[in-house]
Design a protein around this ligand. Structure first.
Ligand code: HEC
Length: 180
């Protein structure tokens, strides 16, 4: 029984692989969409670098960002956020010429999911929010996402991107605790 299940899963994986290769815009097995235009995102536009990490592979197949539960990426995520995002979104995501990213209000509700946040980052939204694929690799975008979630100061109960387990222990961002 177990053996045939494993075989079934393998067949599914192979089918998913071939299905994805027929869609030139998709590298993994799920499709990503532009946040305001709703058109499929062409992930091949991004840099070749940073595509083959475990986290990126898993993300392209599932839409689930493993770095959300990996504290070791936060420092890098912060560094990238400070060079690519904070000028418009504020040092702590409090908002500047771009909207705040540290509360539970989203112009585009899908940004409360790992997949949606990535789609907005990769493909951009309106006006000044341009596509970020020329600035960050896919792997870097997943790390920035982890940092953006870390900056959250709202009610953990409203943090849809956290698992029920994470909601119990999540501590809202405290800039003072972060120094040093
Ligand atoms: C040049 C300024 C600028 C930069 C740089 C920038 N953004 Fe934005 N961002 C904006 C503006 C303006 C909007 C509002 C666009 C809209 O409403 O369509 C926005 C919107 C967003 C949204 C949607 C928020 C919501 O409420 O749904 C997210 C998420 C976001 N940006 C994340 C980022 C991240 C992460 C980075 C860095 C990788 C970044 N942005 C870099 C200006 C910028």
């Amino acid at each position: 029984m177990q053996g045939s299940d494993a075989f079934g899963i393998k067949k599914l994986a192979i089918a998913a692989f071939f299905a994805s290769t027929t869609v030139t815009t998709a590298l993994g097995s799920i499709q990503f969409y532009h946040t305001t235009q709703g058109t499929p995102l062409d992930l091949s536009l991004g840099s070749e670098e940073g595509r083959d990490t475990e986290a990126v592979k898993h993300f392209l197949e599932t839409g689930d960002n493993k770095y959300m539960s990996d504290e070791s990426v936060l420092k890098k995520g912060e560094e990238l956020y400070l060079t690519a995002c904070s000028g418009c979104h504020g040092h702590y995501g409090e908002g500047k010429i771009g909207p705040g990213l540290n509360d539970d209000y989203w112009t585009y509700p899908k940004n409360a999911t790992d997949k949606g946040l990535f789609e907005t980052m990769y493909g951009g939204a309106q006006g000044m929010m341009g596509p970020q694929y020329g600035h960050l690799t896919l792997d870097e975008m997943l790390k920035v996402s982890a940092w953006v979630r870390h900056l959250y100061i709202g009610d953990p109960a409203k943090a849809k991107w956290l698992t029920p387990e994470q909601r119990k222990t999540f501590k809202p961002f405290d800039p003072d605790a972060n120094e040093g």
